[in-house]
Write a protein that binds this ligand. Structure first.
Ligand SMILES: C[S@@+](CC[C@H](N)C(=O)[O-])C[C@H]1O[C@@H](n2cnc3c(N)ncnc32)[C@H](O)[C@@H]1O
Length: 279
């Protein structure tokens, strides 16, 4: 309830009540999301069939060569990110940040390639947690020598979890990164009006149909032609399917999630992510 667990509430009642009382608007938004999620009911049976050759199709769509020269760079970075998290006592994978998953190797590789090929000036993501996707975007922007990432994130109320937010980034890339605390419902519209046009948008926050459609609609209208939306966990709600059907299904790719680390055989529960490139 409210992103705070009962054991934490019982152990730290003063801190918990202070934190809840410090931002009543976010609490209201969370309650509303919970109510709408309850009304949405269980996710619809997933109709998506994944594109087995999504990687070559994606490169074709953004006008980049295949096989991709940027992919080996990704794997070097990926191993480094996993190793660094493990050295900090984190076991990257499913439910490693409270109930949330870290970005998987397929999702983050798509993001790496999009950043390296589109050379975006403005990237927005929602949902930071350990900051795996944030780190991948920021290292790719750094390699490009240009671009900025804005990350909107509503962290859990428990302070122990808050200490882990953005660990994969650490102190890196401070000039390229703006962390915005709050829900995407509250923060995204204002950020988009401030930025005007964006080049890349990544959804990895609250995976309800309502929230995914809310984020996609707003991001799509600010996205430049040739820019892309990347949406995680499209199989757990009807948001990506509804949005891509309305805005031309031929523009969308459905992709299989991958092991966090193939050598370790540690798998995300089989999942899907989606990509839309704007004409
Ligand atoms: C799946 S995790 C993000 C994983 C991250 N992209 C990574 O690869 O490490 C989702 C995160 O979104 C946050 N979140 C939940 N609801 C949110 C909302 N409405 N707006 C923004 N962030 C939200 C959660 O607290 C959590 O930290």
């Amino acid at each position: 309830m409210l992103g705070i667990s009962l054991p934490y509430l019982l152990k730290h009642p003063v801190a918990a009540v202070t934190d809840v009382a410090s931002d009543p608007l976010e609490i209201w938004i969370k309650l509303e999301e919970k109510y709408v999620g309850w009304r949405e009911g269980p996710p619809p049976v997933c109709q998506h069939v994944s594109n087995q050759n999504w990687e070559s199709l994606l490169h074709e769509r953004v006008g980049a060569g295949w096989p991709c020269q940027a992919t080996p760079e990704f794997w070097d970075l990926w191993r480094e990110v996993i190793r660094e998290l493990e050295n900090q006592g984190i076991r990257p994978g499913p439910a490693s940040f409270r109930a949330w998953n870290d970005g998987d190797a397929g999702f983050t590789r798509a993001i790496w390639c999009l950043v390296r090929h589109l050379k975006p000036a403005r990237v927005i993501e929602t949902g930071v947690a350990h900051g795996v996707t944030s780190r991948i975007v920021l290292d790719a922007l750094e390699k490009n020598g240009q671009g900025h990432l804005w990350s909107i994130d509503l962290p859990p109320l428990e302070r122990d979890w808050q200490k882990q937010v953005g660990l994969a980034v650490g102190g890196r890339h401070q000039a390229r990164w703006t962390y915005i605390k709050g829900s995407s419902r509250r923060r995204l519209p204002g950020l988009l009006s401030q930025l005007g046009q964006i080049d890349l948008f990544i959804h990895d926050s609250l995976h309800s149909t309502r929230n995914v459609v809310f984020e996609m609609e707003r991001a799509w209208s600010a996205l430049r032609p040739g820019g892309a939306l990347v949406v995680d966990d499209v199989d757990v709600n009807g948001g990506f399917e509804a949005f891509s059907r309305a805005f031309s299904p031929s523009q969308s790719l459905i992709c299989d999630a991958e092991p966090i680390c193939p050598d370790l055989r540690r798998f995300n529960n089989k999942g899907l992510f989606g990509i839309m490139v704007k004409d």
